[in-house]
Design a protein around this ligand. Sequence first.
Ligand code: ZN
Length: 385
Amino acid sequence: MRGSPRVARLFGIDIRVHFTFAFVLVWVAIEFGRQGVRGAIFGTLAILLLFACVTFHELGHSLVARRFGITVREIVLLPIGGVARMSREPTRPSHELLVAIAGPLVNLVIALALAIVLATRLGGVLPTEALWLAEMEKLGTNALLFWLLAGNLGLALFNMLPAFPMDGGRVLRALLSFWLGKPRATTIAAGIGQVLALGIAALGFVGPGNPLLLLVGAFVFFGASQEKLASRAQELLTQLSAAEVCNPQAQTLAAGDQLGDVVDHALRTNQALFPVIYGSDLIGVVLRDDALNAAERLGLRASVRQVLRRDLPVCDAATPLLQVRDRIAETGQPVVVLDGTRLVGVLGAEDLARISQLSSQLVRAGIRRPEAPVPEPASAPRSAS
Ligand code: ZN
């Protein structure tokens, strides 16, 4: 994500912090700074530790997702929370359930550990309100531990609200999916999310009014709507096969072609992979980047055979689009679509981006995929007029 420098790498996942996070630190320092320098230091330390807990929450999602073969690109910390960017969503409801629940579970475990440490430090006495107020006044270690305990409980509870885009919404969808199927489960879970969002926003109007609740309500409402659209678009994609969306006019190369020919094609198309044909056989592929690199070293008149790859990234014409999409996301390379031995076309990340944008547009416009035309009977009676 842009404007998010890397601050750490944990379990092979980049941890990035969005630059707007600096404003949160300044704001917290000013707010707590009303209690003097000690307050400002306390506030800054507390928020940094809380966001460390948010990072662990996201790592919880990420490590479980990785067990199910999903690649986690990075974790980005934003002022409103963290986001783990994954190559794809879990497909099975059981996987979605475990991935979603792992995050809040991490916060509950942290809260439990903090409670044990606090109880030990307080000599096992149950804290009274007066004791807490006194501790918070001192702004010492106990206050920090208590603040983090409350923060982690808050994170777990807020995230388990059964509303998209929160984890609880995903848990609910996964549970409903077991017997209703994903599309219906999504509609119901998103509907509950929207009702809940309106409830949260309504609370913002009660009494003196709370603009933060209005903001959270709006955030949840639009998150739920977004999820509903995304799911319908996804449903549309599940009906497509590789052959239906690949580029049938993909430029091919002959075995005798030169690297200069690839440069010519690269100027005219955004194709990243070129099938190489010899006679009527597909003998390999040339990647655009390989060819451009080689052209620099070997010159434009060198043969494409110099960069020919024989490990063919092929897939069958009937392969479901979603399956091919996962594969392209994992390898970062386009695939050649074959019907038996016949070349059907090439399918790459650009085609996927086009088709996913198109499916969102179709869903938003309420256009359904046209059914295959019903063949007219040969002797259709002419309607009398
Ligand atoms: Zn989460």
